[in-house]
Design a protein around this ligand. Structure first.
Ligand code: AMP
Ligand code: MG
Length: 217
């Protein structure tokens, strides 16, 4: 079955389509949508069956953990525990945006989403379509790049449908996204926090906000 493609612009969201996308996600389906870095393949992060579908659609090994995307900062507390005090300042400066932070996971996050880890990766994307569909889905959406593993990350809805048609339920299309860098991954479970993956936000930018960070070798 072909995925339904719905076009909209970021400043004129099709809220009816976004509501339907949210319903598909709540029912365990997959919806691709733009983020500021690439098109993401969305699934309900709190539903392990949805995570299995993401791994199957991408051909990605299921021990490679997914990043949980949120739209509202308060929602972090639902998926993470022992959140260090520095997190507030980092979120105030860099969220929404291309920063992923790692925390101890709460019980609601299934191991099927974290690849079996007791930690969870969380990011708040800035794209308005992403934020709207995350809220419509209940607040917690895994969204790795919407491509078969090994293929280039998709920057248009057309790329997504050429690669994943038949494996996903819906594509929210708002034109091409910037070919941005990946999100920077910062491990907040260690002190000082450690950069696990370099990206758009650099060590210098973190240090201006929270002081020293370390870098994984
Ligand atoms: P992406 O492929 O951009 O969706 O990012 C997924 C990557 O985030 C994984 O391959 C890991 O490198 C990293 N990641 C996700 N969750 C965790 C975690 N709990 N601990 C450490 N790294 C993680
Ligand atoms: Mg990728």
């Amino acid at each position: 079955m072909r995925a339904e493609v719905v076009s909209m612009t970021a400043d004129n969201l099709d809220m009816e389509a976004i509501r339907r996308g949210g319903d598909i996600l709540k029912q365990g389906g997959l919806v691709a949508f733009p983020t500021e870095t690439v098109y993401g393949l969305g699934g309900d992060a709190l539903n392990p069956q949805a995570s299995m579908k993401i791994y199957a659609a991408k051909g990605r090994p299921s021990d490679n953990p997914l990043i949980v995307h949120i739209a509202d900062y308060e929602d972090l507390k639902a998926v993470a525990v022992n959140i260090p005090a520095k997190t507030d300042a980092l979120a105030a400066h860099f969220w929404p945006g291309p920063l992923t932070m790692i925390f101890e996971k709460s019980e609601v996050v299934p191991y099927g989403t974290t690849g079996g880890l007791d930690t969870v990766a969380v990011r708040m994307p800035s794209d308005p379509v992403a934020a709207a569909v995350i809220r419509a889905a209940g607040g917690f959406v895994s969204a790795p790049s919407a491509n078969t593993s090994g293929r280039p990350s998709p920057t248009t809805a057309q790329h997504v449908s050429e690669d994943l048609d038949g494996k996903i339920d819906m594509i929210l299309d708002s034109g091409s996204v910037d070919i941005g860098l990946e999100s920077t991954i910062l491990d907040m479970t260690v002190e000082p926090p450690m950069i696990l993956r370099p990206g758009a936000i650099t060590a210098d930018m973190f240090e201006e906000v929270i002081g020293p960070v370390s870098v994984d070798e």
